[in-house]
Design a protein around this ligand. Structure first.
Ligand SMILES: Nc1ncnc2c1ncn2[C@@H]1O[C@H](COP(=O)(O)OP(=O)(O)OP(=O)(O)O)[C@@H](O)[C@H]1O
Ligand code: SF4
Ligand SMILES: [Mg+2]
Length: 335
């Protein structure tokens, strides 16, 4: 089980004449991901998704809150003592082109971490070649074809499969897939999503899926949970099916309004939620973070801060003073 309690991260950005400014990338995010689970973090660009994924993989620090990996808090541990815990969480980058060393064959790419693994687990050196073939087959590649080749000789989809195979060399508990299909040819995306789903079912590895695309979250997250992030805060969270079919937060509704109608899957509803143009700069201090764009904001929304919680009749948790089921109408294709 991997849990985050009140994870906060603020970056200092240096900006020209205005000097430096603080950017809160994560504002007290709570989450829990069990073994074999599927959790999706969705939200628009800049809402903090990658920051969260990097914190989980041990590549970024947090300012406050706590990250607990299988019962052990990371907060009190030195950098060195955290490393074995973070090995359980492997990040799959967005860009399979830069993730692999272009001067190494796939065999060399997999042999290095596998040799380390053989040493750690007391296996003979010969095991590494067997395991490399096994892992490539597991991710749907032909080892005989792929092993002697360099990354540039493979397609984007094949490279992403190699990246996933490399992540599996350390027997991880969780894969963090950060927009893992966004830079891959559309024709190969579904294959990669199906692979992640398959690994979840076959190996019991959990998947944290980071995306701005709610439709892919639905595909990967069947039976899982969705966290909707807005400017570093979770604004709605619950079972994937509930969040997609029955969102109550206006921001989630606006995300759903923006996806194209998939004929036969989406039934057009009665309403669309279109965020209004932000007045500028966003707001500081008290109030809902979405108030300057929300079509339903009231005086209360601008003066009080809604906290994530559950009210009487919702399955999901939400941070909104005026939650309401709206039969959201997705955008028609070409509209
Ligand atoms: N190393 C950094 N230094 C300064 N600011 C940063 C740094 N990393 C992220 N940020 C800022 O933190 C905020 C969240 O960034 P993050 O990359 O986590 O968003 P994201 O949701 O992954 O966006 P995208 O969908 O575009 O990938 C942004 O405002 C970003 O500019
Ligand atoms: S709290 Fe108010 S401003 Fe915020 S999302 Fe709900 S209705 Fe909109
Ligand atoms: Mg990102």
């Amino acid at each position: 089980m991997i849990t985050g309690n009140g994870i906060t991260r603020t970056f200092k950005q240096r900006g020209g004449v205005l000097g430096s400014r603080e950017v809160p990338a994560l504002r007290g995010v709570d989450f829990a991901i069990g073994r074999g689970g599927a959790v999706s973090f969705i939200g628009e660009s800049g809402c903090g998704k990658t920051t969260l994924g990097r914190i989980l993989a041990g590549l970024e620090t947090y300012d406050s809150g706590d990250l607990v990996i299988n019962g052990t808090s990371m907060s009190g541990l030195s950098h060195r003592r955290r490393q074995p815990y973070f090995r359980a969480i492997q990040l799959i980058h967005q860009d399979p082109y830069s993730a692999l060393n272009p001067t190494r064959t796939i065999h060399q790419t997999l042999a290095a971490p596998l040799a380390l693994r053989a040493g750690q687990t007391g296996r003979p050196r010969s095991w590494t070649d067997e395991r490399a073939e096994e892992l490539l087959a597991l991710v749907g590649l032909d080892p005989g074809y792929v092993l002697p080749r360099y990354p540039h000789q493979l397609s984007g989809g094949m490279r992403q499969r190699v990246v996933i195979a490399r992540a599996l060399t350390v027997d991880p508990e969780m894969l963090v897939a950060d927009e893992a299909v966004s830079m891959i040819d559309v024709s190969m995306r579904l294959g990669i999503l199906a692979l992640l789903k398959d690994l979840r079912e076959r190996l019991g590895v959990s998947v944290l899926f980071i995306t701005h695309d709610i439709a892919t979250a639905r595909y990967i997250g069947e039976g899982g949970e969705v966290y909707v992030l807005y400017r570093g805060q979770v604004v709605e969270q619950g079972p994937t099916e509930t969040i997609i079919a029955d969102p109550v937060h206006p921001y989630t509704q606006s995300l759903l309004s923006a996806i194209p109608v998939l004929h036969g899957l989406e039934r057009p509803g009665a309403e669309r939620v279109v965020p209004v143009e932000a007045a500028g700069g966003g707001q500081a201090g008290a109030g809902c973070l979405f108030a300057d764009r929300c079509p339903f904001s009231t005086e209360r929304c601008r003066s009080e801060t809604p906290v994530l919680g559950r009210d009487g009749d919702t399955v999901q948790r939400h941070a909104c003073f005026h939650p309401r089921r709206r039969s959201v109408i997705p955008l028609g294709v070409g509209a």
